[in-house]
Write a protein that binds this ligand. Structure first.
Ligand code: NI
Length: 251
């Protein structure tokens, strides 16, 4: 039995027991784990982990919530690392109008700049979109690029529109929440070849651990829930998740 986590932040300071977290990743057979680096001080550590163990992949990007504090040093370091072979995706990037409503144009500008870098480098993007789905869609429609809508929380209709653009839809812990109707509907209708699963750890912990710190192997609970909703064999589902991950991130 092998699972994937298409979006983790295991270098976040919440993981002061990283060695044990990695042990559990291995023990529970999480065969792919994307390390999404939102901060440049994480870049070298992520690359070192990926060199030691090929299950770990690396993404670097400027998160929309950090656009307001973006300085030249951070930007230049991002550019430098984005082109490295060990970095297989640009992310997470996007728009967040939930936390920041006052700098929408600036967020859009930095989002587009990073998409253009991804296009030039021929790498996929990992998209964060919160309370900004229409603007996100409009930008992606204008820029042909491969990628994934991370922890997708919109409607099933919009999910299908992103799929038409060639995007994958990644679902996380909310699928397991009792009152979360929309993610469950999305989990049922996204074509299997366009679906990914993730933790977004340390955030968005699935049931039955909701409220505790999240970690990559909890993706199993999200995966099992989606299998139950789709009435699909777990092994078939797991195999397709690995194929999707490798296809998008050129494993
Ligand atoms: Ni994230």
């Amino acid at each position: 039995m092998s699972w994937i986590d298409s979006h983790s932040h295991i270098l976040d300071e919440a993981f002061n027991d990283l060695d044990e977290v990695i042990e559990r990743i291995k023990k529970e057979d999480i065969v792919r784990c994307m390390i999404v680096c939102c901060y440049s001080h994480e870049y070298d550590r992520a690359i070192a982990l990926s060199k030691k163990d090929s299950r770990f992949k690396v993404a670097v990007g400027i998160h929309p919530s950090d656009v307001k504090n973006l300085d030249d040093d951070t930007w230049n370091k991002f550019i430098e690392y984005a082109s490295k072979d060990e970095v297989c995706a640009i992310g997470e990037i996007g728009l967040d109008y939930y936390w920041d409503k006052d700098n929408k144009l600036e967020q859009q500008d930095i989002f587009i700049k990073q998409i253009e870098i991804a296009q030039k480098l021929n790498k996929p993007i990992i998209v964060h979109s919160r309370d900004a789905l229409q603007d996100t869609y409009d930008i992606l429609k204008k820029h042909k690029v491969a990628g994934v809508m991370h922890c997708y929380s919109g409607s099933k209709e919009m999910a299908l529109e992103f799929i038409k653009l060639g995007f994958y839809i990644s679902l996380g812990g909310p699928v397991t929440f009792k009152n979360a109707k929309e993610p469950k509907e999305v989990a049922k209708i996204v074509p299997l070849e366009r679906l990914l699963i993730e933790t977004d750890c340390p955030y968005l912990t699935p049931e039955p651990f909701r409220g505790k710190r999240n970690e990559p192997y909890y993706v199993i609970y999200t995966g099992k829930k989606i299998c139950e909703l789709r009435e699909i064999d777990e092994e078939i589902f797991q195999k397709q998740m690995v194929i999707n991950f490798d296809e998008l991130f050129k494993g």
